[in-house]
Design a protein around this ligand. Structure first.
Ligand SMILES: Nc1nc2c(ncn2[C@@H]2O[C@H](COP(=O)(O)OP(=O)(O)OP(=O)(O)O)[C@@H](O)[C@H]2O)c(=O)[nH]1
Length: 528
């Protein structure tokens, strides 16, 4: 069972509980049976599933429960917490520090996704402002250096490797030495893999570790591996000092439960999850947001971090404009550019509460991204004067035709962009100023949800006014104008209970992307 399905099944079991007229031992047993079966079908280690069942059972005291006003909430919180425990070894993950020359070594079996993940991680920390270098110490697989070189070049990340040197230990040592000399903040060493756990691989890993003395060793594991994950993780743990885990290929049809269980075998935290072959397909992992996202409650912290990385609050001109309710073509270009920088639209939308991955079906994010890129070409063909205008200049047909010619599109495409700009402009006008919807919020509620999404009353999101309330929470958590402005743009309004939050967002997105079909499932306001 893939993780989306697992989340949906646990959700529906919890939902079924709320429909029970009496919540007694029998009802709790039925709930746990359903959850445990779902976990086992997702390849979660059987020992861990038993442990989860016992822990939840221990936390639910039926006598106390009968006096409790909200039994369902108590049970839901217990289940949520135990699901988090399942993927959280309780160890703070290691993070590189800027200004210190951090060395990270990647290990794992051949094809697990080491090389790909090295570059993804390098790009991630580059976005955080670190000076990152990649060392290819994989001399076992012909072509490994070429792969790393290509990936690194694409991401503009310096790399080190050799076509002639056959000794991986020497390459690793030399690469790390050079990057250290040049004061790199983070040096990532990719090592070889083998088809299976074998002595030669382990001996090589140990030699490299001895030579470069990594601050952290990252174990990369294929998410599709199933129950074999447990023994694989143990074998690696016994040989090298695994500090963190990256699980790859968690996109598509990976069951993932087996690899996730590896946390227990190594006692090391999962730090990232690979969700595709592209550079951006790396999700930071932490237990609570992961479980929250799996259960369709979104990943607020991931969304806030992604938005923070954009440093939108540094775009002062736009912020000033927005506050005044003014929205130029240049503002629109900057916003869309930011969205493009955040990575695939599907990923961003997947982080939003209420949007479980299955709701994204039919949402053609690639087509959306292509359309955004064509918009960028149109903006590039405009003069500064035109960009800083409200678009009325294009009532002049010659001007419109000139821009269409310059960007290789039809005049009607330029008109479509101008139409969307007008729509955005109307929303900005409505929301700007002190009367904007962001001024109305309930901080206590937001803080509670931010701290513990599992304890959230399922109706809370609805009460908060769906995505409108979400927006307020992001304001509370991020506390920065850039996030608000971004969210304002992306999501549109949504005030009050059931306010058209998601509905508006759907409308906005589909307008932006030119009416992508298949998003009709999004309800207004909170979901569940
Ligand atoms: N779908 C998907 N594919 C991935 C992911 N991570 C890696 N891959 C693919 O998995 C394949 C193997 O990845 P590599 O990075 O070459 O694996 P490796 O562990 O470095 O392999 P060796 O160098 O031979 O040890 C490649 O085709 C990658 O594109 C992921 O998160 N999702």
């Amino acid at each position: 069972m893939v993780l989306n399905e697992l989340g949906a099944r646990i959700n529906s079991a919890l939902h079924a509980l709320s429909k029970e007229p009496v919540i007694d031992e029998k009802a709790v047993d039925a709930l746990l049976r359903e959850i445990c079966t779902a976990l086992l079908e997702s390849d979660v280690n059987v020992r861990l599933v038993q442990q989860l069942r016992q822990n939840v059972r221990k936390r639910i005291n039926m006598d106390e429960l009968s006096a409790s006003a909200n039994k369902r909430k108590v049970i839901q919180t217990a289940v949520f917490d135990e699901l988090c425990t399942l993927v959280d070894p309780g160890v703070q993950p290691w993070v590189p520090r800027k200004g210190k020359q951090n060395v990270v070594m990647f290990v794992g079996l051949q094809g697990s996704g080491k090389t790909t993940s090295c570059t993804k991680l390098a790009a991630y920390y580059k976005r955080k402002g670190m000076k990152v270098g990649l060392v290819c110490a994989d001399t076992f697989r012909a072509g490994a250096f070429d792969q790393l070189r290509q990936n690194a070049s694409r991401a503009h990340i310096p790399y080190y490797g050799s076509y002639t040197e056959a000794d991986p230990v020497l390459i690793a040592m030399e690469g790390v030495k050079q990057f250290k000399k040049d004061k790199f903040d983070l040096i990532i060493v990719d090592t070889s893999g083998r088809h299976k756990q074998e002595m030669e691989l382990f001996a090589e890993m140990q030699q490299i570790a001895k030579a470069v003395r990594p601050d952290n060793t990252v174990f990369v594991m294929d998410g599709t591996i199933g129950q074999a994950a447990d023994s694989q993780a143990r074998a690696f743990k016994e040989t090298v000092d695994i500090g963190s885990i990256i699980i790859t290929k968690m996109d598509g049809h990976a069951k993932g439960g087996g690899a996730i269980s590896a946390v227990a075998a190594t006692g090391s935290p999962i730090i990232f999850i690979g969700t595709g072959e592209h550079m951006h397909d790396l999700d930071k992992f932490s237990a609570r947001p992961f479980v929250s996202k799996m259960l369709g409650m979104g990943d607020i912290s991931g969304l806030v971090e992604t938005v923070q990385d954009l440093q939108l609050d540094k775009n002062e001109d736009m912020i000033k404009n927005l506050a005044k309710g003014v929205f130029t073509l240049k503002d629109m270009r900057d916003q869309l550019q930011s969205i493009l920088k955040m990575g695939p639209l599907s990923k961003i939308m997947g982080m939003m509460p209420g949007m479980s991955p299955d709701m994204m079906q039919g949402f053609d994010a690639e087509e959306g991204t292509r359309r955004l890129r064509s918009y960028m070409c149109i903006f590039d063909s405009m003069t500064e004067n035109e960009l800083t205008s409200d678009g009325k200049l294009f009532d002049d047909e010659n001007r419109l035709k000139r821009v269409a010619r310059g960007s290789g599109v039809r005049p009607v495409d330029v008109q479509a962009l101008l139409h969307q700009h007008r729509q955005f402009g109307q929303i900005v006008k409505k929301m700007g100023g002190p009367e904007g919807m962001l001024s109305k919020m309930n901080p206590a509620m937001m803080q509670q949800m931010a701290k513990n999404p599992g304890a959230m009353n399922p109706n809370m999101l609805k009460q908060m006014g769906g995505m409108g309330g979400m927006q307020k929470m992001i304001q509370q958590m991020g506390g920065m104008s850039g996030v608000q402005n971004m969210m304002k743009q992306m999501m549109g309004g949504g005030d009050g209970p059931g306010g058209g939050g998601l509905g508006n967002m759907q409308e906005m997105m589909s307008q932006m992307m030119g009416g992508m079909g298949g998003m009709g499932g999004f309800g207004g306001g909170g979901r569940r």
